[in-house]
Design a protein around this ligand. Sequence first.
Ligand code: C5P
Length: 240
Amino acid sequence: MIELGESKRDPYLANLKVGVVVPAAGSGQRMEGKPKPFLQLDGQPVLRHVLNLFLSYSWVKDVVVALPEKQFQEQPFWLKQDPKVQGVLGGATRRDSVWNAIQVLSEDLDLVIVHDGARPLTSQKTILDCVKNASEGPGAVAGIRVVDTLKTTDKANQVLETLDRKGVWRAQTPQVFTYDLLFDAYHKAIQNDWIASDDSIIVKKAGGQVRMVESSGSNFKITVPTDLDLAEAILTRYRF
Ligand code: C5P
């Protein structure tokens, strides 16, 4: 358990040193080939919204963004505005991009937040809930409980069975872990070529514990073109 202090700005978190890893190097296959973090949302790139979620916290010490080749070679000015932020070249999969970023984080961090570069509407409450949970021991993953009925189908979409949704969640990011746990787990994942679509799969497989933290549906990942319209509508309505 990490000892937390008090600060005016963020009570209980003042003693923490937290790093943020932002995988933003996807090719945007489901977004007509456009990398999602670099699409415009409410007048600025999605990734810039994402960075703004974290940069005002005094306990965030280091932010590493995994970038596609083009954006890595010609880094946008707004990426270089805050000295806490640095870019690295992403990899072929999300796992590889996160690993490239973890390796350049400073090593004296207590916790690392991994947050998708295409998830700009995360609330401060979700970020703080995940950080506080992770500081108490196991890793913490934002998510929402499944409310729809779950079906499995064959290749022709014929229903095979209906699954029990009790205790089933949709995992999102932020996903927060202690630095050592995340580094060691990713090291093993790369050595053994574990396939993983999120960080908690890797941490669990490496023997770590992970707790789900209730978030909200507005913390969705921009994935298809209509998601941008939805995100714009939410931003305009709530201005958070
Ligand atoms: O592809 P998916 O929607 O799961 O991507 C989640 C996040 O991981 C996105 O922000 C995307 O840019 C990033 N990613 C990455 N490197 C890849 C693939 C995805 O950084 N090779």
